[in-house]
Design a protein around this ligand. Sequence first.
Ligand SMILES: Cc1ncc(COP(=O)(O)O)c(C=O)c1O
Length: 478
Amino acid sequence: MAGFPAFRPGCADARCDNSPVPDSTARSSVLRRSFRKNFPAAVRGEGVYLWDADGNRYLDLAGSAAVNFIGHGVPEISATMAEQAAQLEFVHTSQFTTPVAEAYAEELLAFAGENFRGGAVYFTCGGSESIETALKLARQYQVEIGQPSRYQIISRHQSYHGSTLGALSVSGNKRRREMYLPMVKEFAHVGMPYCYRCAFDCTDGCRNCGQQYAAELERAIEAINGEAAAFIFEPVSGATLGAVVPPPGYLQSVAEICRRHGVLLIADEVMTGMGRTGRNFAVEHWSVSPDILVTAKGLSSGYAPLGAVIASKKIVDAIAAGSGSFLHGFTYNAHPISLAAGRAVLRYLQQKNLVAAADSTRPGTPSAQFKQALESLRNQNAIGDVIGDVRGIGLLWAVEFVADKISKRPLPPEKNFSARVAASAMQRGLLVYPMQGSVNGISGDHLLLAPPAIITADQIIWAIDQLRAATLEATKSL
Ligand SMILES: Cc1ncc(COP(=O)(O)O)c(C=O)c1O
């Protein structure tokens, strides 16, 4: 097809892989993510651990995929869900609200802080549904305030906002988009500051070039001549680049540019929200106030499918005073059992001070210990040579592997290095999240690490030992 890039099935990402089809792989009635891999059957979880049906234990250093924040198998959460199911399992949001939805929305607005006072929360079943909701909310807001020409959503290269077609259209993850490009609406994508591989070749940790990336956004807004409805960004990049923290001043400038041009600011905190970075929401690190904040994953910590779109007062007021209804809906939005799970998770993480535990700048916290242990990998004999970068914040970290530390040359993508490390780690009872594509969407191997905030110092030491051994084993394939 003309203009359609060839789809490359190779990928370390859990969503696609090109490892050989094992002879022993049995066909399943479940359409799984891969036909090339055997998946153990998980049967139990407790604390940082998961167990499979053969009795093997795994330490969940990835929080599955940056989902679990409070630990697995917390009895209070399942008990609250069971109570809700026994009382009222479901009503449709076109007919009823529920006490759990009203109470939880108020609590979440308070958790999101002053910027969202007087706002409102739209509940969904996960990240992608929440992103779709946020994009439509932004468009409807612009129409309601008399700006119907604004419909374009600007996003960033090397971002990830979800797998539904609307969310894919604003994502920059090349591998996950490629095959579906003919089906998605394309809007402008701008560069993302990725200091380890800065496009401006700076030597000061992007202290100054954050402004150049922000200026690129302003040029993109001006180029589409009054059609920009919103700009969407991950405050700390997640599934594509792996835990890239923005340089000082960049997000503040982005926010200011958006305000000046009447463009809404949508913070995608699907991965970074609910304490993962050591703040309730990651935007707080940079004192940025988005118009719309999207969160999922840690919101229910995986106990139920749940996402939330937190809209500021200005958005809600515009719709209330305008057409009076948000033209959007899913059968299962605000599902009472998911909300009961999310509400119990919020209560639990507040009672246990887990946001503080995830603050890697606080000495003695699990996240500070994790940061220190990971950073020690850089200079280890035997594996230090392939560890190009260790980056992150709070309990969201990435290790990027390279073929050469000086030139930062990536490993050949066909070696599937990060997937090999992950497979070897899994054999040792350690779960990590492997990815490829950080350099140019195809090459660039890294691991995403996002353990539950209840991880202990001993568990961290054990996990880093296994990670070291798994990396060493994978280097034998190079
Ligand atoms: C930043 C971000 N946005 C959106 C999504 C999509 O969320 P979900 O997989 O729950 O649909 C993800 C998933 O990894 C994500 O990391």
